[in-house]
Design a protein around this ligand. Structure first.
Ligand code: NAD
Length: 332
């Protein structure tokens, strides 16, 4: 792959890890990020410093994916787009659905338009397991119906997949939508439960548990997600080189193992060697009962082989948190 890769959301949790991977492979990367205030932008600045420390070909553009004029000024050398920028998070999307739709749907459409104007044929889109809503059937497979999202965030991700499909069909673009299942590991977003609970267990505050703790998540370690995104980008090159009409795929990236909320809280206690104190709350609207990925399509198409046990990934997360994350979160 010779061209430049446009990576949106490069300063974020997953984006910064993926930027590091691309640079370590010798790619030219343009990172586009707004450094929005969804969480402390200083954390994103620290993420970018780590990318720059690698010393590769990384250009950062501070800007908005919804800014069509800025997109038009991007270098001609871009031949692939990995689109990770978004307003993430289920609960805040209920408070501000207009913003979520604007960034996640209109922003994605702007990038698809850029691809159309430039003849960019490779597009990777970050979707989410939340599109499955309260899917009864487990594990969740890409052929299951996903017409019943239960939060604005989930609806924007499904909408993103749909507009990607239309663009792939009309523009002859090879496009792959990756449904990430709750990603964790070093530099995890501070709004996500594991990191919130880490802070609380270290400060001795009670851990808020919504519901009876039987809800379950397929937690995916960041390195496995990064492997999956890298393979997805390689897939767009592989199918593109065979010519013809644009290919479109939707693929789950999870660990294919579920962990209950109660077990997650227990493991947080174990890795920090503390006893968690749980404070009970009613279930939250928008939260799904469980997520559980069928990863057979990822295995077949991308040679995806997630191999991080939750307990091992959490030990790596805890080492990082004690070294860096705790300071960022004001835990002295
Ligand atoms: P993140 O918030 O850390 O990263 C997103 C980045 O996008 C941020 O740095 C933010 O500043 C940037 N951004 C937001 N709006 C922008 C805009 N208008 N223009 C340019 N940049 C903008 O989130 P993350 O956890 O790294 O998630 C990355 C992607 O993966 C998102 O699309 C998210 O919806 C998706 N996803 C994440 C998870 C997870 O568990 N972390 C699960 C499923 C899907």
């Amino acid at each position: 792959m010779a061209g430049t890769i446009l990576l949106t959301g490069a300063a974020g949790f997953i984006g910064s890890h993926f930027a590091e991977r691309l640079i370590s492979r010798g790619h030219d990367v343009i990172g586009l990020d707004l450094f929005d205030a969804f969480y402390d932008p200083a954390i994103k600045e620290a993420n970018v410093r780590r990318i720059r420390d690698l010393g590769g070909s990384f250009t950062l553009i501070r800007g908005d994916i919804r800014d069509g004029e800025l997109l038009r000024e991007l270098p001609d050398s871009i031949d692939s787009i990995v689109h990770l920028a978004a307003r993430a998070g289920v609960r805040p999307s209920i408070a501000d659905p207009l913003l979520y739709t604007d960034v996640n749907v209109r922003g994605t459409q702007e990038l698809l338009h850029l691809a159309d104007q430039r003849g960019i044929r490779r597009f990777v889109f970050a979707s989410s397991s939340s599109v499955y809503g309260n899917n009864e059937k487990v594990p969740f497979s890409e052929d299951d119906r996903v017409d019943h999202p239960i939060s604005p965030y989930a609806a924007t991700k499904k909408a993103g997949e749909l507009i990607c499909h239309a663009a792939s069909h009309l523009q002859g673009m090879d496009c792959i939508c990756l449904r990430f299942f709750t990603v964790y590991g070093p530099r995890q977003r501070p709004d996500l439960a594991i990191r919130k609970f880490a802070r609380k267990v270290l400060t001795g505050e009670p851990i808020p548990r919504f519901g009876d703790g039987s809800t379950a998540r397929d937690y995916t370690f960041i390195n496995d997600i990064v492997d999956g995104i890298e393979s997805a980008l390689a897939w767009t090159s592989r199918v593109g080189s065979s010519g013809g009409a644009g290919r479109f795929e939707v693929v789950n990236l999870g660990e294919s193992r579920t962990i209950t909320l109660n077990r997650m809280i227990q493991v947080v206690g174990e890795v920090f060697d503390r006893i968690p104190h749980v404070e009970e709350h009613p279930e939250q609207p928008g939260d799904v009962a469980r997520t559980f990925a069928d990863v057979s399509r990822a295995r077949d198409l991308l040679d995806y082989a997630p191999n991080t046990e939750f307990e091992d990934g959490m030990r790596i997360f805890a080492e990082w948190y004690l070294r860096e994350g705790a300071r960022q979160d004001g835990v002295v």
